[in-house]
Design a binder for this molecule. Sequence first.
Ligand code: SF4
Length: 275
Amino acid sequence: MSEDTTSPTRLRKAVRQKLESLARSGVTHVPAPKLLKAARVSEPVSAARAKSQPAQIGGATRQFPGAAQDLPQAPAAQIPAAGTGADSLEIIASEVAGCTLCKELADTRNRTVPGVGNPRPRLMFLGEAPGADEDRQGEPFVGRAGQLLTQMIENGMGIKRKDVFIGNILKCRPPGNRTPTPEEAANCRCFLDRQLAILKPEFICCLGAVAAQNLLASDKAIGKLRGQLHNYRGMTVVCTYHPAYLLRTPAAKKDTWADLQVLMKAMGLPLPTST
Ligand code: SF4
């Protein structure tokens, strides 16, 4: 006998699993309309009864008991999740500016660095976290590493920096430029995922191990992840070394140039002819 997929028990279980999955991926708030929509799914089951008496589940007023208390308690400033049509880069940036989820970073930062560039980019560059220059200016990749990134984009790939979007896994600078902790990356992930839902880049270039491993949920070394195409939610991803690493290790520039050519080929950009 087939199972009734519209039964209140099954629906409660499905909602609980979805909420737990969202919470694990860093979502701390779910817009009310989605919950209302989910609740309506069960209405046809008891529509006749609803006409004669208040809808009840297990003796309680119809709702998903357990679902509400399972929702993480989000601060009042939390905003709609991606894809509701109400989100924007500006809203995300203003939330980031007031975010204190990572206490140490919020206490020590000068500026938050949500990201910058073309709001409809074909290509997004994703780094690790702001450094000292970025923390001062509120913009990603503006120091020496940023200048090298600009050269990679404009001289190497032949496209304008203003035509891509540039962001980081973390929107706040870790003190002393230390590596972001997994907890910090998880805290900030909802902002990145919402940005990606708005930007919808066809291609993402991860700069360095932190960006690559976090985006792709991989523990492989950057040396293993680079040089090939990956997929993240339908977006084509190429990983390469972080420009800051290239400044310290110029010999790795040839590998990064090879990675950029993999990316350019995938994007259909003309490769330079060898002389
Ligand atoms: S790094 Fe991200 S999650 Fe952490 S405080 Fe800054 S904006 Fe919030």
